[in-house]
Design a binder for this molecule. Structure first.
Ligand code: GDP
Length: 461
């Protein structure tokens, strides 16, 4: 819990977990909540609306009038609110980058970033709830976000639905021909061949591969790029972390837990959402002995989308450094040559050659070249996604699993055709792929294939 007693100023935070669902809520509580919201909202005069009402409009940058997102804003005036203070909630749907911009805007206009659990804490301090209630709030919030996620999934994945339907249709068209071939061998023996099945399997399997390629990026977009800060003890990891989490960059959610230890830290670096992986202990400056060595860093690595690898540029590479370079080779990586103020032994060119990665020389202590570092992070991120801007993205593990299964089934079809297995046997996996893809959209049912075929070709008429 927060130590400082700064109640009654106006606090703001993103109240929905980042990465779960496409709808986000930015919440403000305190005396100035309505006034601050009014400055960044166009659609209704929030100072004049009745309590407990919701209003449609746009969040705008007050100076430039630039529209940041479409939003629904609820106004709930004290004392009948969760915190017993004025509360404004901005429901937006622009994803983490936009949501964070809205939060930043509120902070710029005078709100203070809420600490973890601070809304609940205010409810408690202001006599609204007791401690057991405070605990149960977290559970309710969790249940609510599950629902929000379901809704968001339904709304936001129309593009994916279409894509999968199109792939299923390709399979279905071919299946219909195959069925005709099996049931009416004399009907049209020419065009209907196993090769057709293999061709379609190849085509659909390729499309699935493309979708799967988007999965990692889609997840990063929604969840923030999982980022591990790695390096030898004393190289500057904590210093970098502190720089990155300076309050103008940090994104605080009010939901992860009530204590610092369970709070996940997100930062926005030039619009790129980073989720800083808890490399346990790098904040713990009192306990130098416990500071992370190679083994601990490696654990953080497993979950990382992006690695920031720090090397001490004033020293020669140590065997441990080399080990860390090898261990991070397969990752998206930026190598940081830190402590350039102590005299630079390692050069950017040399380390670039050795690692093949982007290399930035910094002095975190003197805040030198840190803007370049942020720019490098931004570039790395957008180089990954710029090709997939209009593309459908897969962001959900269940979908990834089913796509992988369908792909395997299609590859088995190709294999079966290569091995000249009889058509009706190869067809089993072909049917299977159609079913599996249907599971993604929820459209598979045992009789569906028969019905579809019947309606399309009127077999048995
Ligand atoms: P960690 O063990 O990797 O987390 O390293 P810290 O961030 O705790 O830094 C260890 C020491 O190096 C601290 O005294 C920092 O102030 C210092 N330090 C960090 N960055 C620099 C830098 O760029 N130049 C110099 N001279 N010292 C630095």
């Amino acid at each position: 819990m927060a130590q400082t007693l700064t109640e009654f100023d106006t606090i703001a935070a993103i109240s929905t977990p980042i990465g779960e669902g496409g709808i986000s809520i930015v919440r403000m509580s305190g005396e100035d909540a309505v006034e601050i919201a009014n400055r960044v909202f166009k659609g209704a005069n929030l100072a004049k609306v009745p309590s407990h009402t919701i209003h449609y409009g746009h969040v705008i940058e007050p100076k430039t009038k630039q529209v940041i997102d479409e939003a629904m804003v609820s106004v709930m005036l004290a004392p009948k609110t969760f915190t017993r203070e004025d509360i404004v909630e901005i429901n937006c749907h622009g994803g983490i980058v936009v949501t964070n911009r809205i939060l930043q805007l509120l902070l710029k206009e005078g709100a203070r970033m809420a600490e973890a659990g601070e809304f609940t804490k205010r409810a408690f301090v202001n006599g609204r709830i007791d401690l057991t209630q405070a605990e149960s709030v977290m559970d309710i919030v969790r249940a609510k976000t599950d629902k929000a996620r379901q809704v968001a999934e339904k709304q936001l994945e129309g593009g994916l639905l279409e894509k999968i339907r199109a792939m299923r249709q390709e399979i279905l068209d071919t299946l219909a021909n195959v069925e005709v071939n099996i049931d009416y061998p004399e009907y049209d023996a020419d065009t209907i061949t196993a090769n057709q099945m293999a061709t379609v399997s190849r085509s659909v399997s390729e499309q699935i591969t493309q979708l799967l390629d988007t999965a990692a990026e889609g997840t990063a977009l929604r969840n923030g790029l999982a980022t591990a800060i790695i390096g030898q003890p004393n190289v500057g990891k904590s210093s970098l972390l502190n720089y990155l989490t300076k309050s103008d960059k940090a994104i605080v959610t009010d939901i992860a837990g009530t204590t610092r230890d369970t709070l996940e830290e997100y930062v926005s670096i030039k619009g790129v959402p980073l989720k800083l992986i808890d490399t346990a202990g790098i904040r713990d400056t009192d306990n130098k002995v416990e500071k992370i060595g190679v083994e601990r860093s490696k654990k953080a690595l497993a979950q990382a989308d992006l690695v920031l690898l720090l090397l001490d540029s004033s020293q020669d590479l140590s065997p441990e450094d080399k080990e860390l370079i090898a261990a991070t080779d397969a990752k998206k990586r930026i190598v940081i040559l830190n402590k350039t103020d102590l005299g630079q032994k390692l050069t950017v060119a040399e380390i670039k050659k050795l690692t093949g990665s982007e290399v930035i020389a910094t002095s975190i202590l003197q805040e030198k070249n840190l803007t370049e570092l942020e720019e490098a992070i931004r570039k790395l991120f957008f180089s990954g996604i710029e090709n997939s801007n209009d593309q459908v993205m897969v962001t959900n593990q269940r979908q990834v699993g089913l796509l992988e299964k369908a792909k395997k089934q299609l590859q088995d079809v190709i294999q079966a055709v290569n091995d000249e297995v009889p058509v009706d046997i190869a067809q089993i996996d072909f049917n299977g792929a159609w079913d599996t893809l249907g599971e993604i959209t929820g459209e598979s049912s045992p009789d569906e294939l028969v019905n579809e075929l019947f309606s399309q070709f009127c077999l048995g008429k």
